[in-house]
Design a protein. Sequence first.
Length: 185
Amino acid sequence: MTYPLDGFDAIHASPPCQGYSVMRNLPWLKNKEYPLMIQPVRELCIASGLPYVIENVMGARYRAGMEHGIERGAYWLCGTMFGLPFYRHRLFESNVYWLKPMHPKHVRRIRAKAHRGSDVVQSGITAWSANANDAHGHASKGVALVRQAMGIDWMTGAELSQAIPPAYTLHVGDFLMRAVRPPAP
């Protein structure tokens, strides 16, 4: 039997997160249907026999069972773990052993008028939302700050709000690569 993943050495999957996000409970999104793809992706990854990692939002911990287990572990990462000026917690489930960095205590709060799901980028004492636009719909200073903080300078604010910070992927990818090509003794 062949699998659609034949020929690959490892898998890094990021199924759509909207169905697992707490944001789906907002009044204007409450009745919207989103695909729940983590379980089928997990089954495909397990069937492949390859080292894998699946990334998603924190809500997937309960809604998709991305919990610690004997066969797989799920750990979360935050921007502060990499010295980045934002809080963006994301889960990474994997069948390979990996370590997460120490998580510094969050020292700032999301602004009172910002919605709870906003990631926070700190500049002095002000927090900026990745989705902030000016009155004409153009990217605001907040988008520039998020681009700089994440190291992604080509995305729009909407794209940045969905992006996995490259530092997270690099960190988890390093452990995935060790599973594919173990270090020489």
